[in-house]
Design a protein around this ligand. Structure first.
Ligand code: ATP
Ligand code: MG
Length: 395
């Protein structure tokens, strides 16, 4: 048992010593079998939340309604969740209420995919009632039970399936895929925030190309914000070398292909926070400029480092070639100034040199000076800029 699990063993032992069952479950067990890196372990137990709280001295109620208690052990927090079933999904999303049960099998049965429905006890014994190991070996994403039923219980599972295609490089098992094709429209009931969380994970995965193809083939894309009538753009996107792009670079290329100038309404539809919208917007604008006139110092300066690098990666992707990100970073690093505040002169200097009164001309002249400094036409000193402005008859 690897060290990540080792740390949690005392928690399992203590639950067992108190007369309850306790197991490792969920993504960590799957990732252990796949030899993928593990970021957190989930523990499932037959003890109710109140019983868990009675056993451990340090606990935090993180999701007591869903049966989850955070147990603090030697400075590390472990999520301990009571075995539960979920019943009466009346609206195609999350259950109306959860019911705590004493059976591990029932808890595993309510989980989404066979690979996520395995448990491991503290001796390292596997409990795998739905043949998750076999599906993992075959690289298959298969629902626990009838796919059509499981997706109508919670439609988000269809998007989870697509993001696991990207994260794990697995394929959709045939009936699972068919059910996704037939029930894609149930995604209408799912909150945009939850869709965004899954799409972000999909775009962080290493097999994005295949995952995007499955969004298209199953028709799920038709129920994603702003993509319903963008099949051609999405197909174009999926045909590119997207697997090496970062998540944000993906959104930039996708926005460029789908909406060009209309980035803001598109990303607002996805409930993007303002900061992310600004970055994507700026990068998309930079793509247009890069394609029109190539990389230059002034363009990079105006875009800022992140947008310049992301737009460089995006343009290369759109043109089916490898990006020279090192060159882009070198160009940025070689800029004489990185921000306008670093310019050696200010509006006050211009007033002093000209005896003119305040006005919009100040901003214009400052920008010309800025551009000249960035393009290395003049050194960034007060003296050099003044001389340059006089030579150009700008003062
Ligand atoms: P990740 O590595 O991204 O955390 P994960 O498999 O751990 O992947 P989580 O969203 O953390 O995914 O969920 C933990 C576990 O809870 C899953 O492995 C699965 O067993 C179960 N689960 C999560 N979401 C659902 C759902 N919508 N329907 C059924 N079971 C779910
Ligand atoms: Mg997880």
């Amino acid at each position: 048992i690897p060290s990540f699990f080792q740390q949690a063993l005392p928690v399992l032992s203590k639950l067992e010593d108190s007369g309850y069952e306790a197991y490792f479950v969920g993504g960590a067990v799957r990732d252990l079998f796949l030899s993928r890196s593990i970021h957190d372990v989930d523990i499932a137990t037959s003890a109710t939340p109140l019983e868990v709280k009675a056993i451990f001295t340090h606990t935090v109620d993180v999701g007591i309604d869903h049966g989850t208690i955070l147990v603090l052990h030697k400075g590390t927090g472990f999520e301990v969740t009571t075995f539960r079933t979920e019943s009466a999904y009346s609206d195609f999303r999350r259950p109306d209420h959860v019911e705590f049960v004493r059976s591990l099998y029932d808890d595993l049965k309510r989980r989404d995919f066979t690979m996520n429905a395995m448990a491991m006890d503290k001796e390292g014994q596997w409990i795998d009632p739905f043949n998750g190991k076999e599906d993992i070996q075959n690289g298959l994403i298969r629902t626990v039970g009838l796919a059509s039923e499981r997706f109508s219980e919670d439609a988000l599972r269809m998007l989870r399936a697509a993001r696991f295609v990207s994260q794990l490089s697995f394929r959709l098992e045939e009936q699972t895929k068919t059910a996704m094709q037939q029930q894609a429209q149930l995604l209408e009931h799912i909150a945009v925030e939850r869709k965004l969380a899954e799409l972000d994970k999909l775009l962080e995965g290493s097999n994005k190309k295949q995952a995007l193809t499955s969004l298209i083939e199953t028709g799920l894309y038709r129920f994603l914000p702003g993509l319903a009538d963008r099949k051609t753009a999405l197909e174009h996107f999926a045909s590119l070398q997207v697997d090496t792009l970062t998540k944000e670079q993906c959104w930039i290329v996708l926005s460029w292909l789908c909406v060009k100038e209309e980035v803001k309404p598109f990303l607002k539809g996805w409930r993007f926070p303002q900061k992310r919208i600004q970055h994507v917007e700026r990068s998309v604008k930079t793509i247009g400029q890069l394609q029109a006139s190539g990389a230059d110092d002034w363009l990079f300066f105006q875009a800022g480092r992140e947008a310049a690098v992301d737009a460089t990666a995006a343009v290369a992707c759109l043109e089916n070639r490898d990006p020279d990100l090192e060159q882009a970073a070198d160009r940025w690093n070689a800029l004489p100034i990185k921000h306008r505040q670093e310019l050696a002169i200010s509006g006050g200097d211009l007033l002093q040199w000209t005896n003119r009164s305040r006005g919009p001309w100040i901003k214009e002249i400052l920008q010309q000076a800025e551009q000249a400094v960035v393009r290395k036409d003049v050194l960034n000193t007060r003296h050099d800029i003044e001389r340059w402005l006089r030579e150009c008859n700008l003062l």
